[in-house]
Design a protein around this ligand. Structure first.
Ligand code: PLP
Length: 495
């Protein structure tokens, strides 16, 4: 059966998967959602015998129904190859009674690689299928990890250009270094004077700029998005939840059909939404535990039913979660509103104008599988320290937020359901915060000395992604104000 995509803001829109991937965002400002969430058509025990690529195919084929088997398998093979430093692609590691699903073994050592290593292939395949002759210009706002993962994915991919905006003072030194050293003639990296929400809002404005779109069309360009709102990001993320269950089943750690919880360190709500989709496909997920840092807008939302972004934006040691507008939440809102685009549109308009909205009691019913909580900076650091001291396993700051929230959940509920924590970044990406959490004395050391120290302490080789930037020259040094983003784009495209 074909999976057709609708917009969360307009009931008339119906597009194919490849069209949704090309557009990124619907013209009415809505996000694309599958008309029906498909059900897994393989038994869990069959999936348990498959490797990552095979599982990915079994999941993605149900969503990208206008791709041929050959096209989809080709995209999967190009994405999940030796760019990943582990043959499992997403290893599942047990530590202190829970399983950490390591999603950071790709080119840029954060979970964004799981989707962004395949998105360029999904996109160029989609362009071919739809006879698109224009060059695709990927426009992206990043809180740190998306940017580099998208750059790595799209660099030198024929028929594409990529422009990344990041908050100049809102990413870790290693994240910034990773981005500004990006090679590839089709890449541009720009630091903006503002926070991530400013960057994201600026990018959305450019997408909605009709005049700019027309001018680009005349020059043979069209925008698309690599942000986590693209269905081509969401769908590949569903695969690793299925794969993690299949892995536990294969290893005899879970019985077939037995429930598992997932804990997801959350920012833009893309990763946890993928888990929600996996659950709705029939994967036996019990609780979806949404972990926030001090920017705990989602925790408050799950607790009160009111989403309120009117608050101070806090810079934390888990910068990829420093977000007050979780874009992908809209897909969940749409669903719990009974797939009522009008109702969703109303709430999103309220969010846009007043920065807040409140859902009905009936809609709150639809959230009962979710549990939200948050971890402070201190709790996050303590969790890194605790896990290292108890079992020698070193996790990054984002994963530590999730791990700390899981401990709170367990204390509150006593729930003993087997649990998988999404481990979203390598500790090497946030070395300073991680090492400081283990011992304050490390703060006196330089960035790369710390990297070596971490390697010795965690007994893990320094990832290639870090080795590469030790000596790489800076090739991008552009900065701009939020108002200047349009000029930067036009300049890069010589318009
Ligand atoms: C992007 C990111 C997150 C947040 O994921 P969302 O899908 O935006 O909720 C968490 N951790 C890390 C390391 C990330 O890069």
């Amino acid at each position: 059966m074909d999976t057709v995509y609708r917009s969360t803001r307009g009931s008339a829109v119906r597009v194919s998967a490849s069209q949704a991937i090309l557009k990124g965002l619907s013209e009415d400002g809505g996000l694309f959602v599958p008309e029906r969430i498909p059900k897994l058509d393989k038994e869990l025990k069959e999936l348990a015998r498959m490797d990552y690529r095979q599982v990915a195919y079994e999941v993605m084929k149900l969503y990208l129904t206008d791709f041929t088997e050959g096209e989809l398998k080709d995209c999967i093979d190009r994405a999940y190859d030796d760019k990943f430093d582990r043959p499992e692609i997403a290893p599942v590691v047990e530590a202190d009674g829970v399983w950490y699903l390591e999603l950071f073994h790709g080119a840029t050592i954060a979970f964004k690689d799981m989707a962004l290593s395949i998105l360029p292939h999904l996109m160029t395949t989609s362009a071919r299928k739809n006879n698109v002759k224009n060059e695709i210009v990927i426009l992206t706002a990043t809180s740190g990890d998306t940017g580099k993962a998208a750059l790595a994915g799209f660099a030198d991919v024929e028929g594409t250009k990529i422009i990344v905006f990041y908050p100049k003072d809102g990413v870790s030194p290693i994240q910034e270094k990773q981005m500004v050293t990006q090679k590839g003639n089709n890449t541009l990296v720009v630091g903006i004077h503002g926070n991530f929400d400013d960057a994201q809002t600026g990018v959305k404005k450019l997408f909605a700029d009709r005049e700019l779109a027309e001018e680009m069309e005349r020059k043979g360009y069209q925008f698309s998005s690599a942000n986590s709102i693209n269905i081509g990001r969401l769908v590949p993320q569903i695969c690793y939840y299925v794969y993690s269950y299949a892995t536990l089943l294969r290893e005899g750690k879970i019985a077939e059909g037995e429930g598992m919880n997932v804990v997801v360190p959350t920012g833009n709500f893309g990763n946890i939404l993928a888990a929600f989709y996996a659950k709705n496909m029939g994967l036996p997920i019990e609780k979806l535990i949404c972990a926030s840092n001090d920017n705990k807008v989602l925790y408050d939302f799950f607790r009160t039913g009111t989403y309120d972004r009117n608050r101070e934006f806090v810079l934390t040691s888990s910068p990829s979660m420093d977000i007050l507008i979780s874009s992908n939440l809209e897909r969940l809102i749409y669903r719990i509103a009974g797939e009522d685009a009008g109702k969703n549109q109303e709430l999103m308009a309220a969010l846009n104008s007043r920065g807040t909205y409140e859902i009905t009691e009936q809609m709150r019913e639809g959230l009962k599988d979710f549990y939200g909580n948050y971890a402070t900076e201190q709790e996050t650091a303590e969790e890194i320290n605790r896990l290292y001291r108890t079992c020698g396993y070193v996790i990054d700051t984002h994963t530590a937020v999730a791990s700390a929230v899981y401990r709170k959940y367990q204390e509150e509920t006593g729930d003993r359901t087997k649990t998988v924590i999404a481990s979203t970044a390598s500790p090497f990406k946030f070395t300073r915060s991680v090492m400081k959490a283990i011992d304050e004395k490390y703060d006196a050391m330089g960035d790369f000395a710390l990297v070596d120290e971490l390697s010795a302490l965690a007994k893990v080789e320094v990832p290639k992604a870090i080795e590469e930037i030790r000596t790489a020259p800076t090739v991008h040094d552009r900065q701009c104000d939020v108002d200047g983003m349009k000029d930067v784009v036009k300049d890069f495209l010589r318009m």
